[in-house]
Design a protein around this ligand. Structure first.
Ligand SMILES: [Zn+2]
Ligand SMILES: [Zn+2]
Length: 457
């Protein structure tokens, strides 16, 4: 079938994953109104905070010494040094940002809305929700009790995550001792890493960095089993993306041992996928396909972090090597410039982590050219979402676009790290890539083929 490529020129909006701190779980039907035309999608995620707590996005910017979302984005993109805003490092800025998600979980009062003698105090058990007084806390308990325990884990993980940022926690690595097809979920993955994992975690727990971390926080250090579980959750969070790509290759029966190597595109990639990326992060994908003759993972998105930007080499890879590279571009532009010109090979698999096109018509509009392109070129594609609700909404959209759905369901390699929905703290925390959908080409095209087969028969 001849590809029905969308030729519509892209608008200024872009298919990107919303900000690190804002898991997009709300299915909001109305895009928030914005003062300027042509908002970036990041701004949408950011400003949509205000839907639940009016004034929150402004408060955050204020705390960060910034005037607008654009300023914030420039810093994260590396365009402006963080020192311009009085921060030593990007980490410090993120920390400050985290500190600013404070409002009363019950009455939604913001710090400046309180009377003089009042301050917002956090729930002592989970440290993740705030109240203006005990009355608000008591009234909120029926709702909060359902999430308090899991939010407690969020608080531990947030501290422990710094060990990944500082490089004091290095994930265990090395070829898998079992046949790859037997590793079909985290349980089996944890069994193969067994002893190695245990010694890595013990080393982290007895490290100087670990002692300093809790000492600096001035909080009692949790019990070893609590910290072990946290390290395990963090590991699944880092490895969820490479292993989910592996699941895609497997389920869609893509030949990973293809001569010249296999190419994977991560579309709509943003800081989330690229900010803390390390060259070894995708090694696990290689161990999943020990027969591979080179894996080329290309991150494409307007928010790809500058530290990943390097030219993707069109040359065949050395067997067994994994190359990570990034392109700061909209996918359909990247396609025109790199794929259509023959500069780079067609992808064997395209993945989008949390594209979020179900969340608003504006996001949908931004993703449409990419989705149509993937459909019409019959590129094996997978997307991931945070929840069952998002799965259903996304499936409906894809079916309406005439996509031929190959598989969907719960992801055995979901991140096990709970993420708080900051704008709505009493909502059940979500998990990255909890569900997946895989599709290939259009369903009417498949019908055509079947009808042709029938006729031929
Ligand atoms: Zn209150
Ligand atoms: Zn709590």
């Amino acid at each position: 079938m001849a590809p029905r490529l969308q030729r519509r020129k892209p608008k200024k909006s872009s298919p990107v994953t919303p900000m690190v701190v804002i898991p997009p779980t709300d299915v909001s039907l109305e895009p928030p109104s914005l003062s300027k035309p042509g908002p970036s999608i990041d701004a949408l995620g950011f400003i949509s905070l205000d839907n639940n707590v009016p004034g929150l996005s402004q408060l955050i910017l204020q705390k960060l010494n910034m005037k607008s979302y654009e300023e914030y984005k420039l810093v994260v993109d590396g365009g402006t040094p963080v020192s311009s805003f009085g921060f030593q490092s990007l980490q410090e800025m993120f920390q400050r940002m985290e500190d600013t998600f404070r409002f009363c979980a019950y009455c939604k009062a913001l710090p400046y809305g309180l009377s003089d003698q009042k301050v917002l105090r956090h729930c002592k058990r989970c440290r993740n929700v705030y109240y203006c007084d005990t009355e608000c806390q008591r009234s909120d308990w029926p709702a909060h009790r359902k999430v308090c325990q899991v939010l407690r884990l969020v608080a531990v993980d947030r501290v422990m995550e710094w060990l990944l940022v500082t490089g004091d926690f290095v994930l265990p690595s090395g070829p898998w001792p079992w046949p790859a097809e037997e590793i079909h979920d985290w349980d089996t993955w944890f069994s193969i890493r067994g002893l190695q994992l245990e010694s890595t975690m013990n080393a982290v727990l007895s490290s100087h960095a670990m002692t300093m971390l809790w000492a600096n926080l001035g909080r009692p250090r949790p019990e070893p089993d609590v910290l072990h579980s946290s390290l395990k959750r963090l590991m699944t969070d880092v490895l969820s993306r490479p292993l989910t790509l592996g699941l895609g290759l497997r389920t869609l029966a893509i030949d990973a041992g293809k001569t010249g190597g296999c190419t994977l595109h991560v579309v709509g990639a943003s800081h989330v996928e690229t900010f803390l990326i390390r060259s070894g992060d995708y090694d696990e994908l290689g161990y999943m396909f020990p027969e591979h003759l080179g894996l080329h993972v290309i991150m494409v998105g307007v928010d790809v972090s500058t530290n990943l930007l390097q030219n993707s080499s069109p040359l065949p890879l050395e067997p067994g090597t994994i190359q990570l590279s990034g392109h700061k571009a909209l996918y359909h532009d990247f396609w025109e410039e790199q794929i259509e010109t023959g500069n780079l090979a067609h992808p064997d698999l395209v993945a989008a982590f949390h594209p979020g096109f179900h969340a608003s018509p504006v996001l949908m509009e931004a993703w449409l050219p990419t989705l149509l392109l993937l459909r019409d070129y019959e590129i094996p594609t997978m997307i991931t979402v945070y929840s069952q609700q998002e799965l259903e909404a996304s499936l409906q959209i894809l079916v309406n676009l005439d996509m031929h759905i190959i598989a969907c369901g719960a992801n055995p390699f979901t991140s096990l790290k709970p993420e708080q929905v900051y704008s709505n703290p009493n909502k059940q925390p979500v998990y990255s890539s909890a569900y997946y959908i895989m599709f290939l080409g259009s369903s009417s095209c498949q019908l055509d083929k079947k009808q042709l087969e029938k006729k031929a028969g």
